[in-house]
Design a protein around this ligand. Structure first.
Ligand SMILES: NC(=O)c1ccc[n+]([C@@H]2O[C@H](COP(=O)([O-])OP(=O)(O)OC[C@H]3O[C@@H](n4cnc5c(N)ncnc54)[C@H](OP(=O)(O)O)[C@@H]3O)[C@@H](O)[C@H]2O)c1
Length: 245
């Protein structure tokens, strides 16, 4: 494939390495080359099959808008924009492009989401829970997109209708909605990404942890998502498609 990688940072440069190893042709644009989306004109994108974005929460939305409006498929790893998902989904559907995003492109973390979904049942049996995340001091957003995704997976697992035997989870007194697990963020040294779920009752404690050892898993997941996207149209969350890779 002809891939354009946005971001020459810690993850973008690894994505380029993995893409080369998988025999793709790549171009890379960092902040300088892509100021005001200069690398994303229809002319520059003409020969590109898909664009992979690992930039910053500040830059990503303009990049997405430029690529989708030019009709290009995209894989977006950058976090910190997911409150805009409904608007971006509509844009992708309007322009009939292919789009995969992820809070986390590692296979291990996506399996961890499934484990969290199962563990969420504890909250219907007198357990309370918390989420902890640790990342390097350079990370720009907090809480991490992965921690928010874990929180969402647990919320959805416990929402009415998710289980025929649902018992009321902890309910907020005012809204009656299930309360989300609290997320606590730590920024320390060069930690790649550590996520913990702790579920606790008077009877016992469940402790679940995913500790990323390197960024390579993110890069491999993103490149494989771009390969998977060939010939597909629509807006996809990696956590729903990773088993198809
Ligand atoms: N979904 C996942 O699996 C996953 C995994 C890891 C990281 N992430 C997310 O991916 C993003 C990048 O993480 P990182 O650790 O690689 O950060 P990083 O090392 O700080 O790299 C970000 C890069 O983006 C470049 N950039 C900024 N604006 C740009 C623009 N308009 N066009 C092109 N490039 C631009 C910067 O270039 P300069 O150096 O020239 O300023 C920088 O090199 C973050 O949001 C992070 O949370 C997601």
């Amino acid at each position: 494939m002809n891939l354009l990688i946005l971001g020459r940072g810690k993850t973008g440069s690894l994505v380029a390495e993995v893409a080369r190893e998988r025999h793709h042709h790549i171009q890379i644009a960092g902040a300088k080359e892509n100021a005001d989306c200069a690398a994303l004109t229809p002319e520059n994108l003409r020969t590109i099959d898909a664009v992979i974005d690992f930039t910053t929460p500040h830059a990503v939305l303009a990049n997405i808008e430029a690529c989708v409006q030019a009709g290009k498929d995209m894989v977006v790893g950058t976090t910190g924009w997911h409150n805009e998902i409904p608007r971006i989904r509509a844009l992708v559907e309007q322009h009939r492009t292919g789009f995969v995003f992820a809070a986390n492109f590692s296979i291990g973390v996506n399996l961890f989401f499934d484990i969290a979904r199962t563990a969420a049942a504890a909250l219907r049996h007198d357990y309370t829970g918390q989420i902890f995340e640790r990342h390097h001091i350079h990370k720009k957003d907090a809480p991490s997109g992965t921690a928010i995704a874990i929180q969402q997976v647990i919320r959805e697992a416990n929402s009415v209708g998710a289980d025929a035997f649902v018992r009321p989870v902890e309910r907020s007194e005012t809204s009656g909605a299930a309360k989300d697990l609290e997320i606590t963020s730590f920024r320390e040294g060069e930690v790649v990404g550590l996520h913990e779920i702790v579920l606790e009752s008077a009877a016992g404690r469940i402790y679940l942890c995913h500790d990323a050892k390197s960024r390579r898993g993110f890069a491999e997941g993103a490149v494989r998502a771009a390969e998977w996207l060939v010939g597909k149209k629509g807006f996809f969350d990696f956590k729903d498609i990773w088993r198809e890779l």
